[in-house]
Design a protein around this ligand. Sequence first.
Ligand code: GLC
Length: 653
Amino acid sequence: MTCLRLKLCASLLLLAACAPMPASHPVSPAVAEWPALRSPTAPDAALERRIAVIVAGMTLEQKIGQMTQPDVRYITPDEVRQYYIGSVLNGGGAWPSMNKHATVADWSALADSFARAALSTDMPTQIPLLWGTDAVHGHNNVAGATIFPHNIGLGAAHDPELIERIGRATAQQVRATGITWAFAPTLAVGQNRRWGRTYESWSSDPALVARYATAMVKGLQGEISGDGDVLATAKHYLGDGGTFNGVDQGENRDTREQLIAQEAAGYYAALDAGVQTVMVSYSSWNDVSTGRDYGKMHGNRELITDVLKNRLGFDGLVVSDWNGIEQVPGCAKDRCAQAVNAGIDIIMVPEDWRAFIANTATDVREGRIAESRIDDAVTRILRVKMRSGLFDHPASASSFTGRAAALDAGALAREAVRKSVVLLKNDNQALPLARGRRILVVGASADSLSNQTGGWSLTWQGTENSNADFATGSTLLGALRQALGEANVTYSADGSGVNVADFDTVVAVLGETPYAEFNGDVRFPTPVQHSTMYPADLAVLRAVSGKGVPVVSVLYSGRPAYANDLINLSDAFVAAFLPGTEGAGLADVLTGGRYDFSGRLSFVWPGSACSTGEAPGDIVQFARGYGLSYAAARPVGQLPLPATPAACEVSAP
Ligand code: GLC
């Protein structure tokens, strides 16, 4: 048995020993390979009786309305009332009145109008509404909210206690807007840096993902029904980070053992921490080891119902991804009996929600969906809503509602930035930046909050934003000027118009431009090399390097991208990942003094442009766990420069 499986088994035995017995379900040999776990929440007979009475009093359309989740752009509060809608979401880039600069007052007013509408139906018992939002690195949709480092950087902090504090702060940011459900954390165990969502993964190490899952769920959910608590979402179930060639929404070809020991590691921890919602992955599972192709996760009854709900004891609710049901063969945006029968309880159907309700009612009446499945889904939805306290007090009753100050988590985010950046090289003591010395800053990313924050920032893709749109935070340029004195810091985005010899140190800030989801994929066979994807960064580095002045490079990236050519042109090199709005945290460690580097890679850093994972044959330049500091530096020197082919030859396994 592999070491990983032994460790996993040991921790699962501990989990399994401490929760009430599960209901008995027939267990197939395949399902029996999964650990038998139990919900950490003791059954509440009174609550279950209350739910049963409500469900019994509902019509089929009312039940299906509870299962339907439109986007706020495509439904009005009165339609929520009219169609008995149970939850809404704001997808990335949806704001009240489509105003990017909407205030917390605007957000909480809209949330309250939806909430009141849901309580104004003609049902015998009114059912409160849930609103879900992608608060994946702070409440990132909301102007003025502090945005934390993306998960790839937080993984480098190796600090679960920090993660819990970030979860707590994020929950309070979300409650300030009247919202009570965060579509976070992502529990992907990122395996291939071609994947456009690599930055949403904490690590390629399942054990770190598990530790962080516990921390983030506890941080977000607190006591689940508290004033500053929100529902968390374990996503995307299952195997989103392990698809073939890192294709987003692609095919995961893991064996069942790999799913159990690696992809699911964060879920055991999240379930044990009491996570109340799970979001299904767009990806599919093809168990090539047995020749059985299970297809799209949105139609996978074995993994959603037999494993997650029955074997692992999950008693919360399962939500689909955005129009995810249409990817199931034979399904469409507005109809998918297979997804409902697989065990999905809430269908995220942003626009086509009217047709979905009608079609699903037809599927029930014509026997393609058993009404008992509908009742189970609604029971789970009501269970989560009751546990969250929404039946006892409206979301708007929170002391955080409308409180703009709750959006400010700058000090915590600045600490997170300090801990999440990794010093890969510091030859010739190029760092720290000495005060009073003349600094030349180059690179377009130096003054770009967009490149600093990445995707899922104000907009879905993180694009179409200016620095002014963020209303808070600091670029690295601004932070260095603050730390070292305006007069000591000169900026030239492309390195032109200045004489490098006039300066003591050059800081070159390099970076990816923002992307989210599949837009960030680097499709096989394209090499994954920063300088080929962003040639302007190589040009600016060449313009300042080799002039007898130390060059400190800082790289913003959503993935560990091959960069030996850039590292060789630099005396010092910092992997900053996507640090968020608080550039001051970077300046803190670059200028040294009180703060030293402590970040250590949570993914391997590649040694060639076609090494995109941790498979045999992939060249590793810096191993997981690598990170220098002022206290523990060692020379790196010139790194090998293997030829980068026009196209990579070997696919990842
Ligand atoms: C997106 C993402 C998911 C997100 C959802 C709602 O497509 O896959 O992570 O929570 O839609 O925005």
